[in-house]
Design a protein. Structure first.
Length: 293
């Protein structure tokens, strides 16, 4: 996604019907890779945990009940490719690891980044790039954030305990070591408070997942994109479907995703939510993850 790119709110369908959602056909090759010993949470159903937050990744439709978004669409496509019904379950972010390991859910599709630590207990099938975005007020004199020196002295909003916070603090450490002004890091409990801080001038920039900030920019029109960065900086990071370690389902999910990429339905699903910039060319099972820190 290029700096300055904006989206249009009318491009997003927030209805429970989701008439524009794309669908997939069963993929025999992927289905053949499913282990006969895999214990499904529910018979003939792919039960997927989703941490519901904001569009475009995952949100409640305007009926306040139906889960919609890019991640739910990917979940439904994978389920269809595997010949299974799909049940989406809203879970708190902190609860999904135990739920997957215990077998309460078959998979998590909720913007989970592959890390070496997580790979000790979980399997991963990649489906999207981890992209972070720098956003500022629409009339801000800041036009580009590309490297550490660009944020010297700024007041920056980010998420506590996240990959982006680690990157931000490392950039600040490098700046201070080089004699540049330190940043002021700000944390907010919700996106509305963060947006208000940007609009009021209490914060200069926000550095968080690009997808949600791009949506907010489109809806509110008060911010602009001035840079992107891999969520695994200085290495690339991958977002992946997360399953139980050695449960016998990860290879099938990876094959299903690659089939969706090949036939174009994957690309259509991401384009529908304006996430084409985060698409991958090939899905992989358990690729190198973010290193331990």
């Amino acid at each position: 996604m290029l700096a300055g790119t904006t989206l249009h709110a009318q491009e997003f369908d927030l209805s429970p019907a989701q008439a524009g959602r794309v669908h997939a056909q069963p993929n025999p090759e992927a289905i053949a890779l499913l282990s006969p010993d895999f214990q499904w949470a529910k018979p003939d159903t792919l039960t997927v945990a989703v941490s519901v937050g904001e569009p475009p990744l995952a949100a409640f439709a305007d009926d306040s009940t139906t889960i919609i978004g890019a991640d739910p669409d990917i979940a439904l496509l994978i389920g269809e490719a595997l010949g299974k019904k799909v049940e989406l379950v809203s879970v708190a972010w902190a609860d999904w690891p135990l739920g997957v390991v215990s077998g309460k859910y078959d998979a998590v599709i909720s913007n989970v980044t592959v890390t070496e630590e997580r790979k000790e207990r979980l399997d991963f099938s990649t489906y999207r790039k981890d992209v972070l975005g720098w956003y500022v007020k629409s009339d801000s004199p800041i036009t580009q954030i590309k490297e550490p020196k660009d944020i010297a002295g700024l007041k920056v909003i980010t998420g506590a305990g996240t990959n982006q916070e680690k990157i931000l603090l490392e950039w600040d450490r490098q700046n201070v070591a080089a004699g540049l002004a330190p940043i002021e890091v700000q944390y907010y409990d919700d996106s509305a408070a963060a947006q208000l801080a940007i609009q009021s001038g209490r914060a200069d920039a926000q550095f968080n997942p690009n997808s949600s900030l791009a949506y907010a920019s489109a809806v509110n029109g008060g911010t602009k994109l001035v840079g992107t960065l891999s969520g695994g900086w200085p290495v690339n990071a991958d977002i992946a479907v997360t399953t139980r370690k050695d449960a016998g389902i990860a290879a099938a999910i990876t094959a299903a995703i690659n089939g969706l990429i090949k036939d174009g339905t994957y690309g259509e699903a991401l384009k529908r939510w304006n996430l084409s910039a985060e698409s991958i060319d090939t899905a992989a099972t358990n690729p190198p993850g973010l290193p331990r820190t």
